[in-house]
Write a protein that binds this ligand. Structure first.
Ligand code: ASP
Length: 344
């Protein structure tokens, strides 16, 4: 037994079998989020604070071309942000199509904590953030605007059926940059493999954490598919699709082609498999298999999940190669390959 703190004069004892604090995030750029969040977990702070901090750190990072500021706009040239946060089936918040504020996860948390609602969309989400005093921000970086102008020159925004956005090779994570902090560039500025004009895809910061009180929390934040039809919402802000947390059985977070994840209620399905007794890796394998069975998988498709059990055991797996997971606990601070890649 360890003494973990004093509260109102009572000594709180913690069994040494409780999991040590841990944060796991999608992609190698998630390492920056883990680093930002770790001081909270290390001093005994909450998993909720930690995952919010991790997502905020990525949202403000202009080098990450798929989340927050620097995210690619929709077909009309507007950046719209989606995000959610979750503690349990009865405690979650989410916002989608936020256009005037940079931190969808923080807005979602306020929704969870201050209202009886679970999801706000578009103007309503912006108005709620304004009412709460969030600082308005211009979400479109000069680089992203330039990319949109180039895309717009060659494309009909409404008929996206033949659009190269949906045919271009999937995002590839080459791991840590020279600073060891994880590259934010999954789609661009990775010569010689990619040309600078190859701003074609989308991805998400998804984070799951357990704190020293054994509380689990999760969040995710994205700018969604680049050049998407205005109004398109993917899996990320929808509880059960992009994220699910059940304190008794585990948590899961997703990244990748939202439409594939939504087709199988991906994150809920992963947690449900764990509830039935599957290990994290078997749970993800089952859900990826369902995606493979239900959809005609194309080269540009990618889906990855992280699954975490309340005891701290976790796994990540992806449909295709090119995905990485960032993990930090008291012992390690690493970018790791997924345990399983379903297809080549
Ligand atoms: N899943 C997100 C979406 O489809 C983005 C991503 O992770 O690629 O909007």
């Amino acid at each position: 037994l360890n003494i973990t703190g004093l509260a109102r004069g009572l000594v709180i004892w913690r069994s040494s079998s409780l999991p040590a604090p841990l944060i796991i995030s999608t992609w190698s750029f998630g390492k920056r989020g883990n680093d930002a969040a770790w001081p909270i977990l290390a001093r005994g702070g909450s998993a909720l604070d930690a995952i919010e901090r991790a997502c905020c750190a990525i949202e403000v990072d202009p080098d990450v071309d798929s989340v927050g500021f620097g995210g690619l706009p929709d077909a009309a040239g507007h950046v719209t942000l989606d995000g959610c946060i979750m503690l349990s089936p009865s405690r979650s918040g989410s916002v989608c199509a936020v256009r005037r504020f940079l931190h969808p996860v923080s807005i979602a948390r306020q929704l969870m904590e201050k209202t009886p609602h679970m999801m706000l969309a578009g103007d309503g989400a912006d108005a709620f953030a304004a009412e709460l005093g969030f600082t308005p921000a211009d979400l479109l970086s000069a680089e992203a605007q330039d990319a949109w102008r180039k895309w717009r020159r060659d494309h009909e925004p409404v008929d996206q059926s033949q659009d190269q956005v949906f045919k271009f090779p999937r995002p590839v994570d080459r791991g840590s940059d020279p600073t060891g902090r994880g590259s934010g560039r999954l789609f661009s500025k990775q010569p010689p493999e990619r040309e600078e004009s190859d701003w074609k895809h989308h991805d998400t910061i998804g984070a799951l954490a357990i704190d020293s009180h054994a509380v689990m929390a999760g969040a995710c934040s994205t700018s969604g598919t680049p050049f998407k039809l205005p109004g398109r919402v993917g899996d990320s802000p929808i509880i059960g699709h992009g994220l699910y947390v059940d304190p008794a059985h585990g948590a899961a977070v997703a990244t990748g082609t939202g439409e594939l994840i939504m087709g199988v209620c991906g994150s809920f399905a992963v947690v449900e498999c764990m509830r039935r007794g599957a290990s994290p890796i078997d749970a993800i394998r089952e859900v990826l298999s369902r995606i493979v069975n239900e959809f005609q998988i194309a080269d540009h498709h990618q889906v990855a999940f992280i699954a975490l059990k309340p005891d701290g055991t976790f796994a990540s797996a992806a449909l295709r190669s090119g995905y990485k997971t960032s993990v930090k606990d008291g012992q390690r601070n690493e970018v790791i390959d997924p345990e399983l890649v379903m297809m080549s």
